[in-house]
Design a protein around this ligand. Structure first.
Ligand code: ZN
Ligand code: ZN
Ligand code: ZN
Length: 158
């Protein structure tokens, strides 16, 4: 799956692709993508702008569901565990992963104009540099966050 976050595109393809990939992966892993987990994933994928837990809660409430906040948090936790979404630390929000089957650290470009987040596609060299730096410092890495804020090509040319 490509990541056209910074280009105009038919986003329904992104949503459809992400959901069918999630179905496939959960099936393969023997974990259940319950209705609420699937709906939360779909909401996270409603755009390329990271979505906060409270925005998700608001939208579910507007749809007539009355989910308790822990229900939403548990669904997000599941999606994080299954690496179907990434947490954007600087925005305390979540964004769908564009290649959830592959092991990778989520490194992101965040456009401060359109608000979109795009995962850095070729993240392997970065991950390698990070691992080397950590190992030189004899440091055991548990989590890592790389978020570059700036302006995407699309917004610069508008
Ligand atoms: Zn899209
Ligand atoms: Zn990812
Ligand atoms: Zn932009």
């Amino acid at each position: 799956m490509s990541t056209p976050a910074f280009h105009p595109h038919d986003h329904s393809h992104c949503v459809h692709g992400a959901l069918s990939e999630a179905d496939r992966l959960c099936n393969e892993r023997g974990v259940r993508l319950t209705d609420i987990r699937r709906r939360v994933l779909e909401l996270v994928w409603s755009s390329h702008q990271p979505l906060g837990a409270y925005d998700i809660l608001d939208r579910l409430t507007a749809e007539g569901h009355k989910p308790a906040p822990p229900t939403v948090y548990r669904a997000l936790e599941f999606l994080l565990e299954q690496k179907l979404v990434h947490r954007i630390a600087s925005r305390n929000a979540f964004v769908g992963c564009t290649h959830p089957g592959a092991a990778h650290a989520g490194y992101f470009l965040l456009c401060t104009t359109c608000g979109n987040a795009e995962e850095i596609e070729d993240s392997a060299p970065l991950a390698k540099a990070v691992a080397t730096a950590a190992s030189k410092a004899d440091f055991a890495v548990e989590s890592q966050t790389l978020e570059l804020a700036g302006t995407c090509r699309h917004c610069r040319h508008d």
